[in-house]
Design a protein around this ligand. Structure first.
Ligand SMILES: Nc1nc2c(ncn2[C@@H]2O[C@H](COP(=O)(O)OP(=O)(O)O)[C@@H](O)[C@H]2O)c(=O)[nH]1
Ligand SMILES: [Mg+2]
Length: 372
């Protein structure tokens, strides 16, 4: 027990390491968020943000940067992994592969390190502990690309959905977009509908203490966090705050009435840092490891090495093709569902319009009778 306490104290003194990735369409406010989070221009220069040119920068598109932060006296060594923004109406496959590939390479590195006889003392664990997925503040249902990418990312990393540039929506719109199912759909409804296993601040009613349950259910209720980022300071009622000034008023980054930025920041860097790291190691990495190792073992047997390797590769290829086909099928099914939903919405709209027209015609006819 004493040993454990000692370890913890040492950790607090030494600080914590945490790695955060930001993903989303171009212009959703990722870079601004990172700079706001770190309170400095960590990402001063835009990393290749043009999806059409992303392939020209192969290998350098995803580059982690590290910053030292002080979170209530605790040192946090934060690594930020910015990713190229993707766009509408273009083929984003390259971009998606880069992102998923990056996550898996970090797991591969650990796996290789774990199986070495002699450990490399300079080895760096670069696994990503949380991924903020930036959703555009459209006010409509999730877009096809967001659903697809979040679904591909969730098995590999703790995905936390956020609405970027949240001040683009008025408060009621934002509320509806986040959670309330409306005719236009909403983010959480879609995430549930498509069964995307995001990080939803998990708790166990039987096992966790009351405070944890309360805290986690509060945070869960905020999902997707609404984000307002700004690298400017403004003066509101004599106070200097970080925010954005508009002709009609100001929005403040750290004001919980305006955005969930402060709640998200403290969850990431303080209250849930350890949980996110544990899930990454105990669950996400473990799953990846099992998948990868069983892939290798299944091809094995009594044969000699070359035969095993050949069979292994062949099996792997078949499995990859199957997986690809399955993914394509899934994608098509989703698109079909989405189109059906849209058709239904349009049909309902049309019916409403027809109804309105009929009412108008009736009234017009009545008016003519009265006139005559
Ligand atoms: N209104 C508003 N604009 C924002 C916010 N965050 C960023 N922006 C602006 O949106 C544009 C794109 O931001 P950027 O951070 O570069 O987005 P990225 O492409 O996702 O990295 C810039 O003009 C930012 O000033 C926000 O919270 N609210
Ligand atoms: Mg950017």
């Amino acid at each position: 027990m004493t040993h454990r306490l000692g370890g913890r104290r040492k950790n607090v003194k030494k600080g914590f390491q945490f790695t955060l990735m930001v993903v989303g369409a171009s212009g959703t406010g990722r870079t601004t968020f990172v700079n706001t989070l770190c309170d400095s221009n960590v990402l001063a220069k835009k990393i290749c943000d043009n999806p059409e040119e992303a392939h020209n920068e192969e290998g350098i598109t995803i580059k982690p940067v590290s910053v030292e932060l002080d979170e209530d006296g605790v040192r946090i060594s934060l690594t930020i992994v910015d990713t190229p923004g993707f766009g509408d109406n273009i083929d984003n496959e390259f971009c998606f592969q880069e992102i998923v590939g990056y996550l898996e390479r970090q797991y591969d590195d650990i796996l290789a390190e774990e199986s070495r006889i002699k450990r490399n003392p300079r080895f760096r664990d670069n696994r990503v502990h949380a991924l903020l997925y930036f959703i555009s503040p459209t006010g409509h249902a999730l877009r096809e690309i967001d659903i697809e990418l979040m679904r591909r990312l969730s098995p590999r990393v703790n995905v936390i959905p956020v609405v970027g540039r949240a001040d683009s929506l008025i408060p009621q719109e934002l509320k509806d977009f986040k959670r309330r199912a409306s005719r236009m759909g909403c983010v959480m409804e879609d995430i549930e509908h498509y069964n995307i296993p995001i990080y939803n601040f998990p708790y166990d009613v039987e096992e966790d203490d009351e405070d944890t349950i309360e805290e986690n259910s509060e945070l869960r209720a905020l999902l997707p966090f609404s984000i307002i980022g700004s690298d400017e300071e403004i003066v509101v009622g004599g106070r200097t705050v970080r925010g954005r000034q508009y002709p009609w008023g100001a929005v403040e980054v750290d004001n919980p009435q305006h955005s969930d930025f402060a709640r998200l920041r403290s969850a990431l860097l303080s209250t849930h840092l350890q949980d996110l790291k544990e899930i990454t190691h105990d669950f996400l990495y473990e799953n990846y490891r099992t998948e990868k190792l069983s892939r290798t073992v299944n091809g094995g047997g009594e044969q000699d090495d070359t035969a095993v390797n050949a069979e292994d590769t062949a099996n792997q290829n078949v499995r990859m093709k199957e997986e690809q086909l399955r993914k394509e099928e899934e994608k098509l099914r989703d698109i079909e569902l989405k189109v059906q939903r849209e058709i239904q919405e349009k049909r309902a709209e049309l019916l409403n319009k027809e109804e309105a027209l009929r009412t108008l015609e009736t009234r017009l006819a009545q008016a003519q009778i009265v006139d005559a």
